[in-house]
Design a protein around this ligand. Structure first.
Ligand code: COA
Length: 147
């Protein structure tokens, strides 16, 4: 499939959120609209989209870095386009975005309900890292309060 990968613009927001929902990527504790706008707002993160010749959204990825490591979120291929290289293209585009900013290692989290996707990432050269991920909700600094 021939796709153009570009940085998402505000007009893409609705389609991107619909894609994330169609791909089962929206968790109840995440507001995807806030996530989209927050990622677009700063210099250390972006949302990339893959658009076909008809202008339809075929894939997307949220990419960013924290000054040390690069992270991927919302890696998505439109269900109608699966198995045609869209997912690979989005991951590679995000990796290029990170490389251009001097980041040499990329990481991502896979939910324990989505482990079937591990094979996809391994196919692209990722390895499962033996780490314990710890997190805590910061009650007073939610994205909606700072946006
Ligand atoms: C994961 C996802 C992005 C893959 O997109 P895709 O466009 O179907 O994948 P591609 O066609 O680019 O696949 C690239 C390669 O990985 C392989 N592959 C794809 N899914 C795989 C899987 N689950 N296990 C093993 N290999 C897989 C393909 O066969 C292809 O191999 P090839 O290049 O040798 O032919 C897509 O299935 C998706 O959107 N899933 C729902 C959202 C999701 O779970 N995202 C990840 C959150 S962590």
């Amino acid at each position: 499939m021939s796709l153009t990968v570009r940085s998402a613009v505000a007009e893409d927001e609705q389609d991107v959120v619909a894609l994330w929902r169609a791909c089962g990527l929206v968790a109840p504790y995440n507001d995807p609209v806030t996530d989209f706008r927050f990622a677009k707002a700063g210099p250390s993160s972006d949302v990339l989209v893959g658009v076909d010749d008809a202008g339809e959204l075929a894939g997307g990825v949220m990419v960013g870095h924290d000054g040390h490591r690069g992270w991927l979120y919302y890696v998505a291929a439109n269900p109608a386009s699966r198995g045609t290289g869209v997912g690979r293209l989005m991951v590679r585009a995000a990796e290029d975005w990170l490389r251009e900013r001097g980041i040499w290692k990329v990481q991502l989290l896979v939910r324990d309900t989505n482990t079937q996707v591990v094979g996809f990432y391994e196919h692209l050269g990722f390895e499962v890292s033996p780490r314990v991920v710890m997190s805590r909700v910061l009650e007073t600094t939610s994205k909606s309060e700072v946006a």
